[in-house]
Design a protein around this ligand. Structure first.
Ligand code: NDP
Length: 240
């Protein structure tokens, strides 16, 4: 086996699935994590371990990484991609949605990092790729809780990069604008969903997840002494 193991969270749809296909086509063994195991298995990728893991479950995430490393060797990269965007107004959004986003988008990223980082530091090599958003850099209507989580991903990624820079471990933030995936479907407020859909159409449509997958792979493929700290990409027509 010539290429090292890569872990991808939230690989059952959208950006994670596109990234899994691309990295697999380039010969990497993969550990794919999500709650919908059948969707991971439908990708039918070679040398791939699929595990039904909720990334808010720290132990389950760590155990899946341990199992994959036993089979394929040490994880050279993790793509912390699992996330949810539950748009709403703070005045009336169910606060349980804030909890879900904070647990998944913020703590899930930390748990993913912790599952691989000690090994990377010991080996003096590895790449952590965190999927944030343009909403991790600026605000949007009805995004208050979501931008909070994505600003957190940006801040944690940059701080982690500083923490591990001298140890040979790279930390990369990927910040896409709107991408055509299942992400919006989980927002519960129908009016907000319609407005977001109209905003996307006015921008001439969203990015194809394949484009984001290619950005992830471009950043990962740099030589180990080069860190692309951040890639921000969005449809040309997206103003905000
Ligand atoms: P999708 O909804 O298509 O994918 C989200 C992925 O996360 C799914 O594989 C889902 O799998 C997984 N997931 C959700 N909750 C959990 C959980 N608790 N444990 C494990 N996996 C979970 O959306 P995208 O591909 O668009 O989203 C990927 C990332 O990209 C997210 O972090 C998102 O915030 C970010 N992003 C997306 C943008 C967009 O416009 N689409 C723009 C900017 C950033 P399952 O349900 O099977 O668990």
């Amino acid at each position: 086996m010539s290429k090292p193991l890569i872990v991808i969270t939230g690989a059952s749809s959208g950006i994670g699935a596109a990234t899994a296909r691309l990295l697999s086509a380039q010969g990497h063994p993969l550990l794919l994590l999500a709650r919908r195991l059948e969707r991971l298995e439908e990708l039918a990728l070679p040398e791939t371990l699929c595990r039904k893991v909720d990334v808010t479950d720290r132990e389950a995430l760590r155990e899946a990484v341990r199992e994959a490393e036993e089979r394929f060797g040490p994880a050279d990269a993790i793509v912390n991609n699992a996330g949810a965007m539950l748009l709403g107004r703070i005045a009336d959004q169910d606060s349980e949605e804030w909890d879900r986003m904070i647990d998944l988008n913020v703590k899930g990223v930390l748990y993913g990092v912790r599952a691989v980082l000690p090994g990377m530091l010991a080996r003096g090599a590895g790449t952590v790729i965190n999927v944030s958003s343009v909403a991790g850099r600026k605000t949007f209507p009805n995004h208050t809780a979501y931008v909070g989580t994505k600003f957190a991903v940006h801040a944690m990624s940059e701080n982690l990069r500083e923490e591990v820079a001298s140890s040979g471990v790279r930390v990369i933030t990927i910040a896409p604008g709107a991408v055509e995936t299942e992400l919006l479907s989980h927002t519960t407020d129908e009016r907000i969903k319609e407005d977001y859909q109209a905003w996307k159409e006015a921008a001439g449509g969203a990015l194809d997840p394949q484009v984001v997958a290619e950005a992830v792979v471009y950043a990962y493929r740099q030589p180990p002494e080069v860190t692309i700290r951040e890639i921000v990409l969005a449809a040309t027509g997206q103003q905000g």
